[in-house]
Design a protein around this ligand. Structure first.
Ligand code: RET
Length: 279
């Protein structure tokens, strides 16, 4: 009896014109899917309180900027998951021919890709400040990252052609490659000069490994090859989010709160060198 239920909850027969209350109803009926949202809402709420506590005595302006950008990660996340849980940022989209679920309306959590365009730049801003990088690299990584999220959104929302869904996906991967280059090649050198190599290295590894998971699950999920179920994909994203956002932010803030001097020295020494000109 599992078959019809799954069918009903992930694929809607008249899906394309479902109203928001109907989408909400379907999300509620799929307990696994709904839990993947509410677990993150609870974790984001707890993280916000913990982070405010951790950052309560940070005085140095550069450390404060890292704190604010890190705090924005769970704040955006809470809003993002509320959008999904309420059905506001979910649509049932009819898949084009060539797709494994061609002609059927598939639950698409497009709100995720939209809000990543707000949360991931905050992660990168915090990491870049920690590495003591310059404005050019910060601007590059953040704009490429936003482009990655927006083209990922385009991949998920394209219903006219299966080939074009994957074309958008590849464009998004190209932007991702630039982000990876800066994370793996440019920033480790900057962090070595800044004296933040240890913590930067840990956070860089966590970020690179977990961020790779997102395009993999996009490809395996209902939006790509449809090898795995919508609720399982949603849990995969939710678990990746827990590591890439809350664990990441906790490790970073704990370090910044204990090493404010290192960050503030970085500001002072850069001011006294030609580095300011690079900015
Ligand atoms: C998509 C699909 C298209 C190809 C690529 C993707 C990459 C997504 C990434 C998302 C990271 C999200 C995070 C969110 C935290 O709030 C859009 C899935 C490359 C890397 C860390």
């Amino acid at each position: 009896m599992i078959e019809p239920t799954v069918e009903l909850l992930t694929v809607a027969q008249t899906g394309v014109d479902l109203t928001q209350p109907e989408v909400f109803q379907r999300v509620q009926e799929n307990v696994l899917l709904n839990l993947s949202f509410w677990a993150n809402i609870a974790l984001a709420g707890g993280s916000i309180l913990l982070f405010v506590y951790l950052g309560r005595e940070i005085d140095d302006p550069r450390s404060q900027l890292i704190f604010v950008s890190t705090l924005l990660v769970p704040l955006v996340s809470l809003s993002s998951y509320l959008g999904l849980a309420s059905g506001l940022t979910i649509s049932f989209l009819e898949m084009p021919s060539g797709h494994a679920l061609a002609g059927e309306a598939v639950l698409t959590m497009w709100g995720r890709y939209l809000t990543w365009a707000l949360s991931t730049p905050m992660i990168l801003l915090a990491l870049g400040l920690l590495a003591g990088t310059n404005l050019t690299k910060l601007f590059t990584v953040i704009t490429m990252d936003i482009a990655m999220c927006v083209t990922g959104l385009a991949a998920a929302l394209t219903t006219s052609s299966y080939g074009l869904r994957w074309a958008w996906y590849l464009v998004s991967c190209a932007f991702f490659a630039v982000v990876l280059y800066i994370l793996l090649v440019e920033w480790p050198e900057d962090a070595a000069v800044a004296g933040t190599s240890d913590i930067f290295g840990t956070l860089k590894n966590l970020t690179v490994v977990l961020w790779f998971g997102y395009p993999v699950f996009w490809a395996l999920g209902a939006e790509g090859f449809a090898v795995i179920d919508v609720a399982v994909t949603s849990w995969a994203y939710s678990l990746l989010d827990i590591g890439a956002k809350y664990v990441f932010a906790y490790l970073l803030l704990r370090w910044v709160a204990a090493h404010e001097g290192t960050i503030s020295d970085l500001t002072t020494s850069r001011r006294g060198t030609a580095a300011a000109v690079d900015d």
